[in-house]
Write a protein that binds this ligand. Structure first.
Ligand code: SF4
Ligand code: SF4
Length: 325
């Protein structure tokens, strides 16, 4: 199935019809990752945000959908619960969800923008995370204040450094402590640099300048949708960016596209192949909401591709867990 959305894609070969993609149109028979997008509300409004989260968004996952996620996770033997948003911490049932997942022994990771952990009402969360053993995947677009604040807003970098110090003091990012992974994404219409080299650079700079440590760095490619897509259209860069992504198509990245091994559940329980398809409203080929899902309905399925998928296969590939090729 193919869905092509953005303007500027007319000359781009349809992603799903590429010879190299044909053998990988289906998911794996048994999925390992359940990503739950528990709301669009966020304390930030970043320039590259593909779900266009901001402080006044109201979409919020209720406890009934969360409970259904936990049940399906257990029944279908998923391996990782990946909680995202918006700022997932701003969902009023977030603690309940994360606590229940931890009590049931699920490997749980939370995607955090860090800044929220510095705000009134959320200051207890670093301790809560450390006690629950939650893995953290934290956005830090760059190791300099100027570049980070340009992308995410004034004061973001300083808040991130302060929270990272606190997380390090709780054991996060140390060899024996809970895992703290950082996420880099480009500040414009270009591909990320080499993940390994960037990791070395981040490690050196963050350690030297701020005494910070972390476990891994994921270098992600910006997907040309949502707020970033609108920026590309506005600035006349969409065609150039899509051409760049297409020219950098790497057949070796196709096999490990994250959609082959996961489902993404939206705040209302609707199911998607990934968070990008969720943002675009491209529902997965699964007939039911997570609340009414039959056991037979999570077997191998055809993935819904579009030309935004070129962002996942450009260069070294890109997924929520970093490069794929
Ligand atoms: S990119 Fe993340 S932190 Fe920034 S607005 Fe979107 S959800 Fe919030
Ligand atoms: S955007 Fe990426 S993860 Fe989503 S369906 Fe396309 S290739 Fe798969």
């Amino acid at each position: 199935m193919e869905n092509n959305h953005s303007a500027g894609q007319a000359a781009i070969p349809p992603f799903g019809e590429r010879e190299e993609c044909r053998g990988f149109r289906m998911t794996l028979p048994s999925l390992e990752i359940m990503q739950a997008n528990i709301g669009r509300r966020c304390n930030l409004a970043c320039k590259h945000c593909h779900v266009e989260a901001r402080p006044d968004r109201v979409e919020t996952m209720g406890k009934d959908v969360m409970a259904a996620c936990l049940d399906v996770f257990e029944r279908r033997r998923f391996k990782t619960l990946d909680i995202t948003g918006g700022a997932p911490e701003m969902n009023p049932h977030f603690r309940w969800f994360a606590e229940n997942a931890a009590e049931r022994g699920f490997h749980t990771l939370v995607r955090t923008n860090l800044v929220i952990l510095n705000e009134e009402g959320y200051r207890d969360l670093p301790e809560f995370y450390a006690q629950s053993g939650v893995e953290l995947v934290a956005s830090l677009p760059y190791y300099t204040e100027k570049d980070t604040d340009r992308q995410r807003g004034t004061g973001v970098f300083a808040a991130c450094v302060s929270v990272l110090r606190e997380l390090n003091a709780l054991g996060y990012g140390k060899a024996a402590g809970p895992t703290l992974n950082l996420v880099y994404n480009p500040g414009g219409a270009f591909l990320p640099p080499n993940q390994e080299a960037l990791t070395t650079e981040y490690r050196k700079k963050l350690s030297e300048l701020y005494g910070l440590s972390f476990n891994n760095l994921y270098a992600l490619t910006n997907n040309p949708i949502g707020r970033f897509g609108k920026f590309l259209e506005r600035s006349g860069n969409m065609t150039g960016y899509m051409t760049r992504l297409t020219a950098a198509f790497n057949p070796a990245a196709v096999e490990n596209m994250m959609c082959r091994n996961q489902i993404s559940v939206d705040f209302d329980g609707a199911i998607y192949d990934c968070d990008f398809n969720l943002a675009l409203g491209l529902a997965a080929n699964i007939p039911h909401n997570i609340r009414d899902l039959g056991d037979a309905e999570l077997t191998e399925r055809e993935i819904v591709f579009g030309n935004h998928c070129y962002a996942c296969t450009a260069g070294a590939g890109s997924s929520c867990g970093g490069t794929t090729a």
